[in-house]
Design a protein around this ligand. Structure first.
Ligand code: SF4
Length: 618
């Protein structure tokens, strides 16, 4: 077998048993790896309607067939579970070194189940695997945990939860390499509920063999050349990282501003890549994921900030666009230094900056509009108040005072409030929104409404530059193609930012990578079918959780459907030209995905995608 290792490692924290299992070849061919493989096992193993914090929930850490090979831009990894924030399917992707490391350890997949009696960490090493006592690590930040577990061997790759995960904050994240995160859906709380502090993987650096090393080398060269070509054309992601998107999103009227009340932030220049460059040019350095030739990520070389992790340099990150958008514009904060500090605190405490920027933005709007109930009046906080945000973060992570209410996420917090509060709560299926307002792009609302994980900027956008000025049905072809492309990249795994090399990596390119690393015949049609299968299975997982038709949950927040953007380039737009268009587009979308009008896959679709034998529980 090439590309895949064909094995998974199962760790039962209840019994402390660790065992290897073979992964059936058919499963690897049908679900590819990464997100696909995690989704397959989640669907098979996690019973419907359990509490995500119950020991019966499981955590799947999955690499893809490209990880650990010489194919570049493949340093990422996927995690899949049932989300404590949404009570539904969640998958999250992360950069760094963990994906190749898991493959080198000999596994495509790590499954963690049960619950430890006392705090534990999992060690995977060439000398043997173990569940170790983590009592001394409990209560520590992710940075302290990583430092402690890397002490003996700096090449050890660590994934840990912080105080937020230990306190079961519903949007707690998992952190690796001090600043990379499985950000979305509360995976840090899944660890916390299992009393699992961390996973540490040690391996020797070896390449995962592919069937034809010349073919592999030739594909490697092609991808490097395409990346060089993009650089010659001024590749923004390479030269400026994701912060360049602040100006871009603002210029096209999609930048989240004051809890999505607007899409054009007057302070955007202050937090743009230009401003970061001016302030920190000499202090920053590239910190790419393993084997990346795009290299979008930056950290500080010698941080002069007082919150630097002890004894470490270079591990305070320049915030990504999503953080600048949601902890900047969405909170009315135009202070780069404060956002860098807040981002670093979130990384240390294990908080998802996207959800944090939403939940605090929600609190700020409630304060602004006098919608806080009497007992919460003391929690009043103004847009732009960076100091109060910095004070609030540890309170959320430790569930103190108002922090305890916010730690539940926007949906749950809103459900405890009366009246107008619901109308300003921005979430779908309980997941808070990314930093791209759907009122700025035709059809984007359909992507947010239908993604199994909830609204994410990484689940496929229609390829259009138009705002919602026509029926969303006009961009359905491109939305479906882009959704499938994202599924494929997250299953192979290759970074989404390969959309920016020249020419960009599309579905055919994914087929070429799959065939090169595994030797198994792959065509544009066959990988597209696999993407359809994976996309639908994630939906089928959710469908088991609902009391009524899945369609009822594929919705957008009140704000995006009913409140036109007040100013800026997209002034006057809502996410769809009308409610009727949303409903018609959704029906057409279901049809194209092989579902009935309620959003359930039809028997024939299930049959055609080879999912029939998994359907007994639906
Ligand atoms: S482009 Fe950025 S996120 Fe993607 S693999 Fe490279 S460094 Fe990581």
């Amino acid at each position: 077998m090439f590309g895949w290792q064909g094995k998974l490692l199962r760790v039962d924290l209840t019994t402390q048993q660790i065992r290897e299992e073979a992964i059936p070849q058919e499963v690897l061919h049908q679900f590819i790896g990464g997100k696909g493989l995690g989704t397959y096992y989640l669907y098979q193993e996690v019973p419907p309607r359990i509490n995500p914090l119950d020991p019966m929930n499981r955590f799947y850490l999955a690499a893809g067939p490209a990880q650990g090979t010489r194919i570049p831009i493949t340093g990422r990894i996927a995690a899949v579970s049932k989300s404590p924030l949404t009570n539904l399917y969640i998958d999250s992707q992360m950069g760094g070194n963990l994906g190749p490391q898991l493959k080198r350890a000999g596994y495509d997949l790590l499954i963690i189940q049960g619950k430890s009696e006392k705090p534990a960490w999992i060690q995977i090493s060439p000398n043997g695997h173990a569940v170790n006592d983590a009592t001394d690590l409990w209560g520590k930040t992710t940075h302290e945990t990583e430092l402690a577990l890397r002490k003996a061997d700096p090449n050890t790759q660590v994934l840990s939860t912080g105080p937020a995960g230990e306190h079961l904050v519903r949007f707690a994240c998992l952190t690796h390499n001090y600043f990379r995160n499985f950000g979305r859906g509360g995976l840090g709380a899944v660890f916390g509920a299992k009393q699992l502090k961390a996973i540490a993987i040690q391996t020797e650096k070896v390449w995962i063999p592919t069937p034809d090393s010349e073919k592999e080398l030739s594909l490697l060269k092609k991808l490097v050349q395409r990346s060089r070509k993009a650089k010659r054309r001024g590749h923004s992601l390479h030269y400026h990282g994701t912060p360049w998107l602040v100006d871009y999103a603002n210029s096209i009227g999609m930048f989240p501003t004051r809890n999505f009340q607007a899409t054009h932030f007057e302070g955007h220049k202050e937090i743009s890549d230009e401003s970061i460059e001016k302030k920190y040019h000499d202090d920053k350095r590239r910190t790419p994921c393993e084997g990346c030739v795009i290299s979008c990520a930056w950290t500080f070389k010698k941080p002069d900030f007082k919150w630097a992790p002890a004894g470490q340099t270079g591990k305070i990150a320049i915030p990504e666009y999503e953080t600048l958008g949601l902890m900047g514009g969405n909170l009315g904060i135009a202070d780069t230094h404060a956002i860098i500090h807040a981002n670093h605190l979130c990384n240390a405490l294990g908080l998802d900056t996207i959800s944090i920027g939403n939940v605090i933005g929600f609190l700020m709007e409630l304060s602004q509009k006098g919608l806080l109930p009497d007992e919460l009046k003391g929690a009043k906080i103004e847009f732009g108040d960076a100091n109060s945000v910095l004070e609030l973060l540890p309170k959320i992570a430790n569930r103190e005072g108002i922090g305890d209410r916010l730690a539940q996420g926007t949906r749950q917090f809103a459900s405890e409030l009366d009246g107008e509060a619901h109308q300003v709560a921005v979430h779908t299926k309980g997941l808070e929104y990314p930093a791209w307002d759907p009122r700025g792009k035709l059809g984007l609302g359909l992507s947010y409404a239908t993604a199994a994980a909830g609204p994410s900027h990484l689940r496929g956008w229609p390829s259009t530059t138009e705002p919602p000025n026509a029926s969303a049905t006009t961009v359905l072809d491109s939305l479906l193609e882009q959704q499938n492309l994202k599924v494929l990249k997250d299953s192979l795994i290759i970074c989404h930012f390969t959309h920016s090399i020249s020419p960009r990596l599309g579905i055919k390119g994914c087929a070429e990578i799959l065939e090169t690393v595994t030797g198994a015949k792959a065509t544009k049609e066959s990988v597209n079918e696999a993407a359809n299968r994976i996309w639908l299975l994630a939906r089928m997982f959710n469908n088991r959780e609902y009391d009524d038709a899945p369609r009822r949950y594929d919705v957008l927040p009140h704000r995006f459907m009913n409140e036109p953007i007040p100013d800026g380039p997209t002034k006057g737009y809502t996410a769809f030209i009308s409610h009727k268009d949303f409903e018609e587009s959704l029906t057409e979308f279901y049809k194209r995905r092989g579902c009935d009008t309620d959003g359930r896959p039809t028997k024939i679709t299930i049959q055609n995608l080879g999912l029939a034998k998994m359907m007994s529980s639906i």
